[in-house]
Ligand binder design. Structure first.
Ligand code: NAG
Ligand code: NAG
Length: 165
């Protein structure tokens, strides 16, 4: 039994083949499939500016040219805490595995703590059925994308994709 599990993990790693850097935050089954949930504080930008940039980068292919834009919406007319919502897809280089990316943008409500800024809740989940572990791809999808926004940020882990021990 143990041997089967080990063999399966080796096979999955070979198949997924996350391209470094940022492949060290593997997730195994957090969402019943591999996923990663992060929160980024984007310093000195409004949610509107961050939304425009995220949408543009998704439409342009993002950090590695393999991101795409699925849709997005301005939530401000609804007077709820979130300001914008977006969805995209990242496709891996080797086997063209697709991961769904979800983003929610919220303007800071406490200007005394952050003079001007936006919280970006970013989530990535493997689409392929049975992606128990992901070789770190979901974390990489998010952090690689956010780095390419060229915004100053701090990062917090919400769920999944744990730091290596
Ligand atoms: C928006 O929501 C806030 C807080 O829930 C409330 O105080 C305010 O009256 C609402 N504004 C409108 C236009 O509904
Ligand atoms: C991923 O999405 C692309 C574009 O929609 C599609 O061509 C490809 O077959 C998908 N990959 C898998 C493994 O389903």
């Amino acid at each position: 039994m143990k041997k089967t599990v080990a063999l399966l993990c080796v096979t999955l790693v070979a198949v997924w083949g996350c391209q470094p850097p940022d492949c060290d935050r593997k997730d195994c089954g957090t969402c019943g499939n591999a996923c990663c949930s992060l929160s980024f504080h984007l310093d000195g930008v409004t949610s509107q500016a961050a939304y425009n940039k995220i949408m543009m980068n998704l439409k342009n292919g993002g950090a590695d040219g393999r991101y795409s834009y699925s849709g997005g919406d301005d939530l401000r007319p609804y007077n709820i805490s979130a300001s914008f919502i977006l969805q995209g897809v990242h496709m891996t280089l080797v086997h063209h595995y697709n991961d769904t990316l979800n983003f929610v943008l919220t303007d800071d409500m406490k200007p005394s703590i952050h003079p001007l800024g936006t919280t970006l809740h970013a989530f990535s989940i493997s689409q392929i059925a049975g992606a128990y572990c992901d070789d770190g791809q979901n974390y990489k999808n998010l952090v690689g994308f956010v780095k390419a926004l060229n915004m100053k940020y701090t990062e917090t882990t919400v769920a999944g994709c744990p730091k290596p021990m």
